[in-house]
Structures are given as structure tokens and as C-alpha cells.
Design a protein around this ligand. Structure first.
Ligand code: FPP
Length: 257
């Protein structure tokens, strides 16, 4: 059977009424993919960008509402300067090339992370892309950049504290503290307004969450594949969605919700 017909067959088995609303992906294995082929690590990132393009297009076509991709963590600055610079340039290229396609495909672009710490040239391209795609409604593409789950919680607590201090004089301290609930925390995270991920995909077989969306993945279904990110295909993507649809989501209860 041809590769295309395999992915078309899997696509046909996906239940359109039980799609995950939000898919988050830890795109891992670019470096190993390149090393295995005797290429520099940067070649893996370059091929990884093609997989990003495929996953964004297929998510949009399938009817996924939010896709969050982990592109650069707060810890990734520890990589060699050459690799960091390459990743930044790649991101810039991606934004410039994909902007038109995002408009054609009705995709809204958004970023999560400590964006203010990124190089000005990248911020400029991000701002431009966010602005021109802001009215799009089919899929929101969230790119996590200079993102860390712990740092996100620190930023949320700092912002919440500031807001609480501003209203302090009108309320008693105990009432103020007790007013904090799950919804409050969610609303102060970078992902405020987005549903939590239903499905978290990680490529390259590592069994960890690597500081990604720590609060938001509390009840996400996790799908891990040994496939390295540059090799992650349309078929792999549909397989992950299909696997998700077989899960029994109980959220700590006894019945599937
Ligand atoms: C993890 O693989 C991947 C990254 C840290 C970077 C992800 C970047 C891309 C997929 C390309 C560009 C992205 C966008 C959004 C345009 P790794 O380098 O940690 O691989 P390894 O574990 O095999 O070393």
C-alpha cells in the first residue's frame, strides 16, 4: 500500500465528533536525526521546520482549534551559541515564509513564553505575524518560545500578586487570599483563554514533560512515539489523534467524560 493511502485510511477512521480541541507537542529528536545521518544538528532543525509546516496544515484541515508547539525552552540558551543563533534565524524565516499561508488558511498566530527576552529582530517578526493574523479563526497556532513551565507559574504569581496588592485596600487579606482558585491561576498563565491541551504528543521516545505546560497538562492524554521529529509524518500525526480517541478520560472520577 502506498504511504498516502495509509494516511488517508487512518484519516477516515478519525471520529470528527471527538477531536481534541487543543494539541500540544514536544518536538524532540532533531539533533539525533541529524547525527544519525552524519549531518550537523542544525540540519535536523531545518528538517524539523518542514514537520512544523505539515503538522500546522494537518491540524487546521482536521479541525483542531489550538496547536501549541514547544520550539525553544528557557533552558535551550545553554546550547552552543551557533545552534541558538541558527534556531532564532530559522524562526524568523518560518514567520516570514508562513505568514501568507497563515492568512490563506485562516490561522491565528500566538506566542507563549518570556518573549521580551528574545532578540529585537525576532520580536519584530512575531509582532507583525500576531497582528496580521489576529482576526483569523480556524486554528490558533501557539509557539512556545523562551518558554518554561516553572517560569510561567512564577510570572503568573508575580502578576497576580501585583493585582492583589492594587485591590488590597478594598478587601480583607483573608478574603483576598481565599479568592484564589484554579480559574484564577489559569487566567494568569500565558495560555489564559485557551482550553487545556487534551492531547500531549512527544516525539523521540523520551519519557518526560521537560518543563512544558506544567499546570495545563494535569489531565492531558499523553502520546509518546519513538519517531524523531523530522521523521514525524502525517500518518504518525493521525495515529496520535486516533490513539487519543481510544482513551477513557475520567478526570479522577469513575465514568468517562
Ligand atoms: C528538540 O530537538 C528541538 C528543538 C529544541 C527545537 C525545535 C525547533 C524546530 C522543530 C524547528 C523550528 C521551529 C519552528 C516553530 C519554526 P533536539 O535538538 O533537542 O534534539 P535531540 O534531543 O535529538 O538533541
Amino acid at each position: 500500500m502506498k504511504k498516502n493511502s495509509i494516511s488517508e485510511d487512518i484519516l477516515k477512521s478519525i471520529d470528527q465528533n471527538r477531536l481534541p480541541k487543543h494539541i500540544a507537542i514536544i518536538m524532540d529528536g532533531n539533533g539525533r536525526w541529524a547525527t544519525k545521518k552524519g549531518l550537523p544538528r542544525t540540519a535536523g532543525h531545518k528538517r524539523g521546520m518542514d514537520t512544523v509546516d505539515m503538522v500546522v496544515t494537518k491540524s487546521r484541515d482536521l479541525g483542531i482549534k489550538v496547536l501549541t508547539l514547544y520550539a525553544f525552552s528557557t533552558e535551550n540558551w545553554r546550547r552552543p551559541e551557533k545552534e541558538v543563533n541558527f534556531l532564532m534565524r530559522l524562526l524568523k524565516t518560518y514567520l516570514i515564509i508562513q505568514r501568507k499561508k497563515m492568512m490563506r488558511n485562516n490561522i491565528k498566530f500566538n506566542v507563549i513564553g518570556r518573549i521580551q527576552e528574545l532578540p529585537a529582530i525576532i520580536r519584530k517578526e512575531i509582532e507583525k505575524t500576531v497582528k496580521i493574523t489576529s482576526g483569523n479563526t480556524a486554528l490558533t497556532l501557539n509557539i512556545a518560545l523562551n518558554y518554561g513551565g516553572r517560569v510561567e507559574i512564577i510570572d503568573a504569581v508575580r502578576k497576580l500578586f501585583k493585582d492583589l496588592l492594587a485591590v488590597k485596600k478594598d478587601l480583607n487579606a483573608t478574603d483576598l487570599v481565599n479568592s484564589i482558585d484554579e480559574e484564577t491561576i489559569s487566567n494568569y498563565l500565558y495560555t489564559a483563554g485557551f482550553p487545556d491541551p487534551d492531547l500531549l504528543i512527544r516525539t523521540s521516545g523520551e519519557l518526560r514533560v521537560s518543563n512544558f505546560l506544567l499546570w495545563q497538562i494535569a489531565y492531558s492524554e499523553i502520546y509518546i512515539t519513538d519517531t524523531l521529529w523530522p521523521d514525524f509524518s502525517e500518518t504518525d500525526f493521525y495515529m496520535a489523534v486516533l490513539d487519543y480517541q481510544k482513551r477513557d478520560r475520567r478526570y479522577g472520577g469513575v465514568k468517562s467524560i
